[in-house]
Design a binder for this molecule. Structure first.
Ligand SMILES: [Zn+2]
Length: 272
């Protein structure tokens, strides 16, 4: 597997809460869920700590075992949860969380796993690529999302609406009828979308955090096929450059209402 990627924080000099890593046969992308600075947590760990610790744990496991990806994710979450012992109270359920996307080649098959809103695109040579996107988060907390999107980004009203929205989402986190994300409960791994495809059916693959996939699914400036073409021809950094260009052209979210004017963005291109 050949893997090329680019990753960039939302704002220069700030922490990037996305994690990207690869072995010779696998790639792992996590996007830590940003908590607004005003929300206090009973966990002393940062979002970046969580995505990077779980991501590197998963990479280490991928290098050692060919167990199913969901099993591997469950073990990884369990391990990272144990690292909160003695310092954090996890009962409030507000410790950091993260999306997870994994792609692994074992001989003539490719295994994939997607949990929450990072996107996996498989170029199977057909006109329409196969797009795996866990959009359960989009179907909850509609009233607070609508309020958030109606307000110009960068204003105190928008910041307040974002706090309310994050609070509303918290009520649905890792519950039936809500959405599932890696946090402290290993059982959420069973809620991930998973699958296997023959390696020879896949020309290339892409993994995008939602800060990169917004070029397609929020800005509608490209199709999934276009995204694959950009990655192929110009590379992952160019895809992120186009995202930033669009974000800068609409800093208050008037054309494209969105929770964050700028977001951490990661784009990965994989060829077999
Ligand atoms: Zn903690």
């Amino acid at each position: 597997m050949r893997v090329t990627f680019a990753t960039e924080p939302a704002h220069h000099g700030r922490d990037n809460e996305d994690f990207i890593g690869a072995t010779a046969d696998a790639v792992v992308l996590l996007d830590g869920a940003t908590a607004p600075a005003e929300i206090t947590s009973s966990c002393s760990h940062t979002v970046r700590w969580y995505s990077h610790t779980l991501g590197s744990t998963l990479l280490a496991e991928l290098a050692q075992t060919i167990a199913p990806l969901a099993e591997l994710l469950a073990k990884g979450i369990k391990h990272v949860t144990s690292l909160h012992d003695f310092t954090c109270n996890l009962s409030r359920g507000d410790s950091p969380s993260s999306t997870v996307a994994m792609l692994r080649r074992i001989g003539d098959r490719l295994d994939w796993l997607v949990l929450s809103d990072s996107v996996l695109i498989l170029d199977t040579g057909t006109a329409e690529p196969m797009v795996i996107c866990d959009d359960r988060l989009d179907h909850i907390a509609a009233p607070t999302r609508a309020r958030l999107r109606a307000l110009p980004a960068g204003t105190p009203e928008h910041a307040e609406a974002l706090r309310e929205h994050v609070k509303a989402i918290g009520e649905y986190r890792n519950r039936d009828g809500g959405f599932w994300v890696a946090a402290t409960d290993p059982l959420v791994a069973d809620r991930a979308l998973t699958g296997t495809v023959p390696t020879d059916k896949v020309r290339a693959a892409a993994l995008l955090s939602d800060g990169a996939s917004r070029l397609v699914d929020c800005f509608h400036l490209a199709t999934w096929r276009d995204a694959l073409d950009i990655l192929n021809q110009d590379g992952p950094a160019e895809l992120i450059r186009r995202v930033r260009e669009a974000e800068r052209s609409d800093p208050h979210g008037e054309r494209w209402p969105r929770g964050k004017a700028f977001d951490d963005a990661t784009a990965v291109r994989v060829t077999m």
